[in-house]
Design a protein around this ligand. Sequence first.
Ligand code: PMV
Length: 346
Amino acid sequence: MEKVSEIVCESPSNIALVKYWGKKPVQIPTNPSISFSLTNCKTTTSVKLEDKKDSGNKFAFTFLFEGEPKPDFHPKIEKFLERVASFIPNVLQHHLIIDSKNSFPHSSGIASSASAMSALSRCLYEWEIKLTNRENLDIKVVSNMSRLGSGSAARSVFGGFAMWGQSYHYQGSDNEFAIQVPDHSDFFSDLQDCVLLIDKGQKKVSSTVGHDLMNGHPFAEKRYDQAQENLAKLLTILKGDDFNEFAELVESEALTLHAMMMTSSPSYILFRPNTIAVIEKIREKRASDNLPICFTLDAGANVHVIFPKSVINNAMDFIERELVGYCENQAYICDQIGTGQLVTIL
Ligand code: PMV
């Protein structure tokens, strides 16, 4: 093996346009989803390998988050290593030193699991490739490993648009790994995502619990069919330049995600009053000024404002004048579609 001391991966977060909501064991989505990767919201993870001292323990690792030991994260990492062990048998003969940091503040309400799990998966698999003297990395394996850490992380290994989950409409789509969606027009190639931080607090109901509540949900089957249809429609929309059609579909997906939460048993609401206020303002603006701007939501109160780069000045002017006042401490993060993971081998 060539001399390697450390493998570092920067991996982006992503925002889904057609949402993944509901899963079967182990981490198999009940419907396909499509997202685009971001640029600024990312996790940087470094992995070093040392000799394993105590051969009694199955997994030996040290985990640092932003330079500090974080024992709270250990159970999650152990579960993840258990799931991906068959992909990285040689790596797991070592003691792993994992050091991870996010580019966005911890309390910002931005989900970090997609960027964190995809960064860690890439580092570990790159190490396995080095230890076994292989030439080529199979990105599907990295995506598969990422999925086993956090479903939406499967899509973060790619730049641009990625889809995950079997679709009747897209050859090569798969439940175990994401694939890149290369067919889109220039119009959609520079999408911006301005994340309005409406509520930075901890979510009342985690995504894990939310996914579970789709089991036995009265509208689940209908929703899974709708997601299949929406995915097919979005794939067509992305090849054109009709922003209104895009906005109609993306906003409906976001509201449907929350409708599922509001109609599950028990039901719950992650919106805040300001989420609705912002949504209404965006819709009014699009209608009155014909500005190509729309929203999507994650499983939380924050609003992702999406628009093409060509209108960035008008969009940011509108956001700063009319929307930022609804954010907690006026906080927002500007981001845009990105190029995917960056690996450095030291
Ligand atoms: O990856 P998870 O298990 O945190 O679920 C994420 C689900 C959504 O973010 C709400 C939608 C999606 O497709 O990313």
